[in-house]
Write a protein that binds this ligand. Sequence first.
Ligand SMILES: *Cc1c(COP(=O)(O)O)cnc(C)c1O
Length: 460
Amino acid sequence: MENKNIPYKIYLDEADMPQAWYNLRADMKNKPVPLLNPGTGKPMTAAELGGVFCDELVQQELDNDTPFIPIPEEIRGFYKMYRPSPLVRAYCLEKALNTPAKIYYKFEGNNTSGSHKLNSAIAQAYYAKKQGLKGVTTETGAGQWGTALSMACAYLGLDCKVFMVKVSYEQKPFRREVMRTYGASVTPSPSMETEVGRRILAEYPGTTGSLGCAISEAVEVATTNPGYRYVLGSVLNQVLLHQSVIGLETKAALDKYGVKPDIIIGCAGGGSNLGGLIAPFMGEKLRGEADYRFIAVEPASCPSFTRGVYAYDFCDTGKICPLAKMYTLGSGFIPSPNHAGGLRFHGMSSVLSQLYHDGYMEARAVEQTSVFEAAEQFARIEGILPAPESSHAIRAAIDEAVRCRETGEAKTILFGLTGTGYFDLTAYQAFNDGKMTDYIPTDEELAQSIATLPKVPGME
Ligand SMILES: *Cc1c(COP(=O)(O)O)cnc(C)c1O
């Protein structure tokens, strides 16, 4: 029974914080298909993955069956510094929109890294430390992941080497300084420091870089330096697992007040916040215990779900990573340089791809000027300056709430507010100056990058 006196912010007691991550794959009938070795076309073994990733994270990556994986005490201790994160009833937004809908958002921006990425960064750094490694390498696009990882590494005393997509490195010098303050080294990508970087620069001189390209560089450094492993802030099964803490907290908080969302909305880059937010709700849906509408929101300029194909592809531009089956635009896809809103990855989590393919989830693409309009409206009404990525979810939540106004339905809408936008002021500036433009790739452009999908041995 829904309690009418719902506070603006619903907090959980520390004692009610999740003790274990929830592994959604355990409840999926159609499991996400395995990563493949690009050379042999055979599933990647734990031993092969162990050359790139930390051992315990490899176990988590491959585990499709264990529903709950205990959160180590040390990680729970770190989580308590900034979690539970607030779940907010957006009364002010509801009023401004004059909608009968009830809107809730889970706010993950209340830590220095400014996003949900810290939830997985601390977990990955913890397992690297436990394995006795010297350090980790990674890529970062907008910079949130690199910041989160440098915070986690500083806390645990690990070395942290970040390859930052060149366009972001130049647009976001302050992000770089935060990372350096936490002790990380930051290199613009593509760089001359790696073989793959030199190869990409030779092929595409003057490129502004891409996440896929930075991944290639970070993997090369991890696999050629003893005592280092590579860590990734999104897309992978293990990252969705760690991010389930978002959904578990949200569900526990809503359950306290007897609230059941009708529509659950998240922005989707590689899929980790969305996968984490929806996890326990999707679990109920998969088990036939409850029904929800799930909506993934992506940029129209990088539309993996809505215009990509479901196929095996490389996760990186340099084509050195394993193949993942996912909705993809092709690993050579680079969003147009006017794209300011993050969510630039060409592919999508295998877990979410399978769920979308099986019809458990919807997806929609939105244009960046409409995303920033939603961001501005939200900032002025609810007070929080949202990250451009998060604002994709805000856009869809507002659109759904407006639809409720038109139909008179009092739906309960939940969305993930993944972070703050303090480091995205160049993008806000373009918007405020009226200089922001939209760019939707043509069918020909997409066909061109999709045509470069790898031929998987034995799968033709
Ligand atoms: C990285 C990031 C995203 C997108 O990543 P997902 O893995 O799709 O969640 C969304 N919002 C913010 C604030 C981010 O930093």
